[in-house]
Design a protein around this ligand. Structure first.
Ligand code: HEM
Length: 157
């Protein structure tokens, strides 16, 4: 078993599990907010904040009509930060978890880019379809990371 450790190796830190779980929970949350946004609670087509990266009112307090989109962007950037942190702190000895975390970090970067394309193309169907499917892929790899880290800690150390 290549991923097994020896008795001298330190136990996997709880912070690795906690941070990978926070990443997973954040991806779930940003997806939830995104679906709420696309259901058009504020406008018919679900988009009013057409600026990038900020809404037209800049760093000012988000106006009510921009609020959901604003929250979606802020949570998305926070999610990306946690995805990068997870990719860094998962030890290389847990190969599968490390690989999944790196893939999640790469896809989340692409997802931020797709967010930009979704906004600037005013919800082009291909951009929207790509944004949704990529979001699901980020979730899948964040879940795999969390599961493999948890399984590894329970069974090997
Ligand atoms: C971790 C990053 C992100 C994830 C996981 C994510 C996920 C999602 C999901 C699942 C939806 C719903 C899609 C649908 O129901 O068709 C959505 C909608 C949307 N997202 Fe994101 N998103 C992320 C980042 C961003 C960023 C950075 C932007 C840029 C501004 C953005 C802009 C939008 C817009 C405008 C919609 C509404 C699309 C529509 O009305 O159909 N997203 N997002």
């Amino acid at each position: 078993m290549t991923e097994r450790t020896t008795a001298e190796e330190p136990r996997l830190k709880k912070s690795v599990i906690v941070i990978s779980f926070i990443s997973l929970a954040l991806v779930y949350s940003v997806m939830l907010i995104g679906v709420f946004l696309s259901s058009g609670p504020i406008t018919e087509n679900g988009i009013v904040c057409t600026g990038w990266p900020l809404c037209p009112n800049g760093f000012g307090a988000p106006e009510e009509r921009y609020l959901v989109e604003y929250i979606h962007r802020v949570v998305a950037v926070t999610t990306a930060g946690f995805a990068y942190a997870t990719a860094i702190i998962v030890p290389s000895k847990i190969k599968r978890a490390k690989t999944a975390a790196i893939i999640a970090a790469i896809i989340v970067s692409w997802q931020l880019g797709l967010g930009f394309i979704t906004v600037t193309t005013h919800l082009h169907p291909i951009a929207v379809a790509g944004h949704l499917s990529t979001g699901i892929s980020v979730f899948a790899f964040a879940l795999l990371t969390f599961l493999w880290v948890g399984i590894w800690r329970k069974h090997w150390r």
